[in-house]
Design a binder for this molecule. Structure first.
Ligand SMILES: [Fe+2]
Length: 290
């Protein structure tokens, strides 16, 4: 029987004090490796202060694995040091590109879902796996646009990477919800296509529905400023029927001062996990009764 996922939030320095005061409400915190590498002494101290007080996992935004250049060894050395410093058991990044040589675009951009791009990514993932001392997982991003020459669906592309490298998946249920609304992806179809047990961790967040006179349709923006939408919680419940993530992390990057919203979302995540566990148990009982 897989153990219940640890539930917590992404650690952000602007709410460090509040997080420490509420530490007993979380099972785990997710630290962003880039905050530690580039954040300066105050940020590093705030993050180091968490070690041995609560389990930590590591996430990143600066790898840009989708840029068609070799991996940045200096950056990877930094990640390795942080893994050691913080004694974290895992590291995750986005299946995305954020840079072109010399320029940081400061945006998570989608990779074209083609065989050629997969062939570029596979050796890089394998190199990461052999270079880092902890398991590595890739996150599904939300994207504003998609390349028109894709040869595979989102799930087919991920599955190719899983098959070839054994990499795990960080499933962001809000990104799945946003993509389903903005691009018509079938969220349950996406989840059905994933191999059982491939999801190592989950992200949940919320963002606004953006309406503008020049837009044909309103779209959801993934800016981590609002509570988790019900649909994303539904996706989590559905995913938990076949997946056994070790952690579920609430991401909040704007409107931090609404601590009550964060705590309410953590409770909603716990309730959804409990519901999914009860459903799994009921289906096992049902199966044995027949
Ligand atoms: Fe995420």
């Amino acid at each position: 029987m897989p153990s219940s996922p640890l539930i917590g939030i992404g650690f952000r320095v602007p709410i460090a004090k509040w997080t420490l005061a509420n530490l007993h409400r979380f099972d785990v915190l997710e630290v962003t490796v880039d905050h530690y590498i580039r954040g300066g002494e105050y940020t590093c101290k705030a993050i180091r202060n968490l070690v041995d007080r609560i389990p930590l996992v590591l996430h990143g935004v600066g790898l840009s694995i989708g840029t068609d250049v070799p991996l940045d060894d200096e950056y990877l050395d930094g990640v390795s040091e942080v893994i050691e410093d913080l004694k974290v058991p895992s590291y995750s990044e986005h299946l995305a590109w954020t840079k072109v040589p010399g320029i940081d675009l400061a945006n998570l951009l989608p990779v074209p879902k083609t065989r050629a791009v997969a062939e570029m990514l596979i050796p890089k993932i394998e190199r990461l796996q052999s270079r880092l001392p902890v398991p590595f997982s890739l996150e599904n991003i939300s994207y504003v646009f998609d390349f028109p020459d894709g040869e595979m669906s989102d799930a087919e592309f991920f599955n190719l990477l899983f098959r070839e490298t054994g990499v795990g998946m960080l499933l962001d249920v809000e990104n799945l919800f946003v993509n389903s609304h903005n691009h018509g992806i079938d969220p349950q179809g996406f989840l059905d296509e994933l191999p059982e047990g491939v999801v190592t961790g989950v992200h949940a967040a919320g963002g606004p529905l953006v309406r503008r006179p020049y837009l044909d349709e309103p779209f959801y923006a993934d800016n981590h400023s609002q509570q988790v939408p019900e649909q994303a919680l539904d996706h989590l419940g559905y995913a938990l029927q076949r997946q056994h993530p070790e952690t579920i992390i609430l991401e909040r990057d704007n409107d931090y001062e609404k601590g009550d919203e964060l705590l309410a979302d953590v409770s909603r995540l716990r309730e959804q996990v409990a519901r999914a566990a009860a459903m799994r148990e009921a289906s096992v009982t049902d199966a044995t009764a027949h």
